[in-house]
Design a protein around this ligand. Structure first.
Ligand SMILES: Nc1ncnc2c1ncn2[C@@H]1O[C@H](COP(=O)(O)OP(=O)(O)OP(=O)(O)O)[C@@H](O)[C@H]1O
Length: 260
């Protein structure tokens, strides 16, 4: 099953935020979405997740328009981890992750041991099993982020959409999370600010600039010094290692060096 945007335009008030974007997420791939602040990554992710409806164009899951599908069907297929999602509810970590099972529950299909197993597995996946009894409000920013991801994993999604998932995470958990996403049997899309992470973990990278999709391709195709200069306004050297993985070294002017 694929996730696809066809000529999508989205406006906030009178301002066009997303301009005629067409993008097909390939089954099984890990697609990175990169672009400067305000380029439209979050807006595009929420359209891909079916949370926002395009003003023009189509957002399709398995060839069907998402706004015509029920919330339950969307939630059984798409796990979406938004930026800065918070709650004031008095929930434990386990209860927060259990919310991911709601799309599967009904009067005829009440909570079962299978739901317990999915919640336990999701907590293990994000390294939060030993904090399952802790209250949400007592968690650090990084721990909350890992719980959000566990909640999305508990949905057993076919598509995992992550908006800047490594925010708040220390370097071990950043790498652990991206390794986990790669290892999962899901199609994943993540908005990422760290371009070296995108280069290391993503199969393809899509680049947003001023609301437009300006490039899509493999990390080696996309992460060129010319694109980094054009889109991000930075000077960088891009090296490839023996495995063909790109590594970006940014050039910092003398004035910005410590002690200058
Ligand atoms: N509901 C809204 N109303 C008005 N403007 C909006 C709305 N949502 C987004 N925008 C504007 O649209 C532009 C794109 O925002 P978006 O959050 O999609 O960018 P982004 O690439 O995710 O940015 P960042 O990297 O800073 O998170 C920004 O200029 C933002 O201010």
């Amino acid at each position: 099953m694929s996730l696809e945007l066809v000529d999508v335009t989205w406006m906030a008030g009178y301002r066009k935020i997303i301009h005629d974007v067409s993008l097909k997420v390939r089954p099984g791939e890990f697609l990175g979405l990169i672009g400067p602040n305000g380029s439209g990554k979050t807006s595009l992710m929420s359209i891909l997740a079916g949370v926002r409806r395009p003003l023009r164009g189509k957002a399709l899951m398995g060839g069907m328009e998402m706004h015509k599908m029920g919330r339950r069907k969307l939630a059984q297929n798409i796990g979406f981890v938004e930026q800065q999602a918070d709650t004031t509810d008095r929930l434990t970590v386990r209860e927060a992750v259990s919310l991911g099972r709601i799309p599967y529950l009904s009067l005829l299909s009440p909570w079962s041991s299978r739901d317990d197993e999915q919640v336990a597995r999701a907590l293990l996946d994000v390294d939060m099993a030993d904090m399952a009894g802790r209250y949400w409000q007592t968690l650090s920013g990084g721990e909350k982020q890992r719980v959000h991801i566990a909640r999305a994993l508990a949905q057993e999604p076919k598509f995992l959409l992550l908006d800047e998932p490594t925010n708040h995470l220390d370097v071990r958990h950043q790498l652990g999370l991206l390794e986990l996403v790669r290892a999962l049997k899901v199609t994943a899309v993540a908005a990422l600010h760290d371009l070296n992470h995108a280069a290391l973990f993503c199969d393809r990278i899509a680049v947003m600039s001023e609301g437009q999709l300006v490039a899509v391709g493999t990390p080696a195709e996309i992460l060129t010094p010319a694109l980094l200069q054009d889109v991000f306004g930075v000077t960088a050297v891009v090296e490839q290692d023996m495995q063909g993985k790109c590594h970006i070294r940014y050039a910092v002017s003398e004035k910005q060096m410590p002690g200058a």
